[in-house]
Write a protein that binds this ligand. Structure first.
Ligand code: HEM
Length: 203
């Protein structure tokens, strides 16, 4: 798929999932049974995770636009700071939700590891920006956002597994890892292939 189409698809999916997360966080009537149960178990952790995670997912998508980065550097910095703060809150609440997630121990570790890496890569990206090492900053932000996109891939794999006839209880523990490991591998592959140059021309 050409770079531009991939970038647009990623942004549209990110915004759609972000809108879903914000609506279930803010409007109790919009919640399906799965979210109602999660909120009953996780209360403020669950709401905080969905609300701030939704904002991080939506804001993060715009950070890859070179138009904003080059022509509106102050806006890029502000959106970036919002992203980092949202990840901090949503990531810590995700870490607290991991032990009470569905899917048993495999999923607890899958989501727990994802939360730790999301927080770690975002902290590394922020530190690199503060020390003006922008090359490293971009690499760490791409890792961070690849992990953030687990919110999108999880919601693609879940219906796909249902269509394939795989019972939820079998699929969910596998998806708790599958939703992020390939994303991280894809980010590393992107660096190896020298993808920055192509991203610049697409965004
Ligand atoms: C990247 C790190 C993330 C981790 C570790 C994580 C972890 C979790 C966990 C453990 C649950 C509970 C699942 C269960 O009860 O089985 C959950 C649910 C949820 N998360 Fe995340 N999450 C992450 C990112 C995000 C982002 C960026 C969003 C924003 C869109 C998001 C939105 C939601 C929503 C809406 C739910 C409720 C369940 C659903 O509707 O599918 N998460 N998350």
């Amino acid at each position: 798929m050409p770079q531009k189409a991939a970038w647009v698809t990623m942004s549209v999916l990110a915004v759609l999932v972000a809108l879903y997360a914000l609506s279930v966080a803010l409007v109790p009537g919009a919640r399906g049974r799965f979210v109602v149960d999660l909120v009953a178990r996780g209360s403020s952790r669950a709401i905080g995770h969905m609300l701030f995670g939704g904002i991080a997912l939506a804001f993060g998508a715009f950070q890859f636009s070179s138009r904003i980065r080059v022509h509106r550097p102050r806006l890029h910095r502000r959106l970036g700071l919002v992203y980092v703060l949202m990840v901090a809150v949503s990531g810590v609440s995700a870490l607290l939700l991991a032990p009470i997630s569905d899917g048993g121990l495999t999923a607890h570790y899958g989501f727990g590891m994802l939360a730790v890496l999301w927080l770690g890569t975002t902290a590394a990206a922020y530190t690199k920006a503060r020390s003006r090492d922008y090359e490293a900053h971009r690499e760490w932000m791409i890792r961070s956002y690849a992990l953030c996109l687990a919110a999108v891939t999880l919601r693609l794999y879940l219906p796909a597994s249902a269509v394939a006839g795989i019972p939820f209880d079998d699929a969910y523990p596998v998806i708790s890892w599958l939703c992020w490991v390939p994303n991280l591998v894809a980010a590393e592959w992107f660096f190896v292939r020298g993808g920055f140059v192509r991203l610049e021309s697409a965004a």
